[in-house]
Design a protein around this ligand. Structure first.
Ligand SMILES: Cc1ncc(COP(=O)(O)O)c(C=O)c1O
Length: 425
């Protein structure tokens, strides 16, 4: 469910006509709905009520401060993977005891900051990381609470770039080495074992891979228990998929009802790290048609947003629904393509053949200056953007009811060159 709807052929975000925003902000821009975000978060909380749990929103999905603050005010914790994300979480007021630190390449400086901030725990990815964390904890005079990230060797049946729980993945402790990892942790003076962590991938549209992985975690927890190692928290990571096109991911209720009994069986508190499912459908990317180009074999709709703004299609061949901000009133026919539609590649202005937002897509006839909405762009959209081709990253706008506000200004040329030097001394 989301709050982007057509009324009389015009796309609205909550009560604001998106076209009105584009007049003031200019394209391309990301647009987020406050109400959608809050509803998604509250629904997630609701399905977990009745179980001891903590939701740590995965900042990597979208770390715009305004969105992070909304979620912090709703009570969300934070899953961070860098010093930058940690500082953002602290800045918007997430209590340190609701912050978990993930990632396979934490630096000593990042550990120091997190230790001094007294975060809830580190999800430790490897043995050398555990050893460094122990040293850093000693140096800062703090104990580091930890979970080991377990690679449960489960196929999450998603795109290979976002599958993280397979044996060959770079993430986590290999399953056969987990017990040894905990035994080592037990011997380290500045480490306190607090939990166990998994994250098997993203955009997962079935509940079974989560259940299968969590069952393996439950067996591990039992084995650890028999060694006198108590697991207070089970962190099931994120990964729940959303509808981009016609996927039917599990409902939040299905997801929760499948996992909570296993967490209870382990006798632990659950930590959840949702990203995409909270913000994905709470955002769109608005873009403008620059040119429509026809070759002998193909049509191209060239728009002012590209892979630098939304990397997912180029990176994962990901599908995003794309529709004009203003719909024609014509009724769809049941016999194949309509004469008023075209089949085209929707491409960006970047000098790469891989720079596309959609391939061979049937869309209504469009012309120069028409505006398009790229749907489900709230997660891994702006957060994966870049300045490639020395392009300025787009604005981000938040709608709340009948009001909108720019929550990140479009970059300027000065932003682009601020840290560069024209010559050496
Ligand atoms: C450790 C961890 N937790 C949570 C997430 C969030 O995943 P999603 O956005 O699919 O919910 C990710 C995403 O890569 C992750 O790596």
């Amino acid at each position: 469910m989301h709050d982007f709807n057509y009324i009389d052929g015009q796309l609205y975000c909550e009560k604001v006509k998106v076209k009105d925003i584009s007049r003031q902000v200019r394209t391309p821009f990301y647009l987020y709905s406050y109400q959608t975000l809050v509803n998604h978060y509250r629904n997630f909380e609701k399905v977990l009520s009745g179980s001891e749990h903590l939701i740590c929103y995965a900042y990597k999905a979208n770390s715009n401060l305004a969105l992070c603050k909304i979620l912090a005010e709703e009570g969300s914790g934070a899953d961070v993977v860098s010093g930058g994300e940690l500082r953002k979480a602290l800045q918007v007021g997430v209590p340190p005891w609701k912050i978990v630190f993930n990632g396979n390449g934490k630096t000593a400086e990042e550990m120091e900051l997190a230790l001094q901030s007294h975060i809830l725990m580190f999800n430790v990815d490897s043995k050398p990381e555990l050893l460094l964390l122990n040293q850093m904890a000693e140096r800062t005079g703090n104990k580091a609470r930890i979970a080991l990230r377990v690679n449960p060797d489960i196929d999450p049946q998603t795109h290979p770039h976002i599958a993280t729980g397979l044996k060959e993945s770079k993430f986590g402790f290999e399953f056969s080495q987990v017990i040894e990892g905990y035994k080592l942790a037990q011997t380290l003076r500045n480490i306190e074992i607090s939990g166990i962590h998994m994250h098997i991938g993203s955009q997962i549209t079935k509940v079974e891979p989560f259940v299968e992985a969590l069952r393996k975690i439950a067996n591990l927890a039992a084995e650890l228990g028999s060694l006198g190692i108590k697991i207070e928290y089970v962190n099931v990571g994120g990964g729940l998929g959303i509808t981009y096109s016609d996927e039917k991911p599990p409902t939040l209720t299905d997801y929760a009802q499948s996992l909570i009994p296993i967490i209870k069986e382990i006798g632990a508190k659950g930590i959840f790290e949702p990203g995409r499912v909270l913000v994905g459908n709470a955002g769109i990317l608005a873009t403008k048609v620059l040119y429509v180009k026809e070759t002998q074999n193909k049509k191209f709709v060239i728009v002012d947003a590209g892979m630098g703004d939304l990397f997912r299609p180029a990176f994962y061949a990901a599908y995003h629904e794309i529709k004009p901000l203003q719909q024609s009133i014509e009724k769809p026919s049941t016999t194949g393509y309509r004469s008023s539609t075209i089949v085209a590649d929707i491409v960006g202005p970047i000098c790469e053949s891989g720079d596309f937002l959609a391939k061979d897509r049937e869309i209504p006839q469009v012309k120069r200056e028409d505006l398009l909405a790229v749907f489900s762009a709230g997660a891994y959209g702006f957060s994966m953007s870049s300045n490639y081709n020395s392009r300025l990253r787009p604005a981000e706008v938040l709608v709340k009811g009948d009001r909108f506000q720019v929550v990140r200004e479009r970059e300027t040329y000065e932003d682009l060159v601020r840290r560069e030097k024209e010559q050496i001394n």
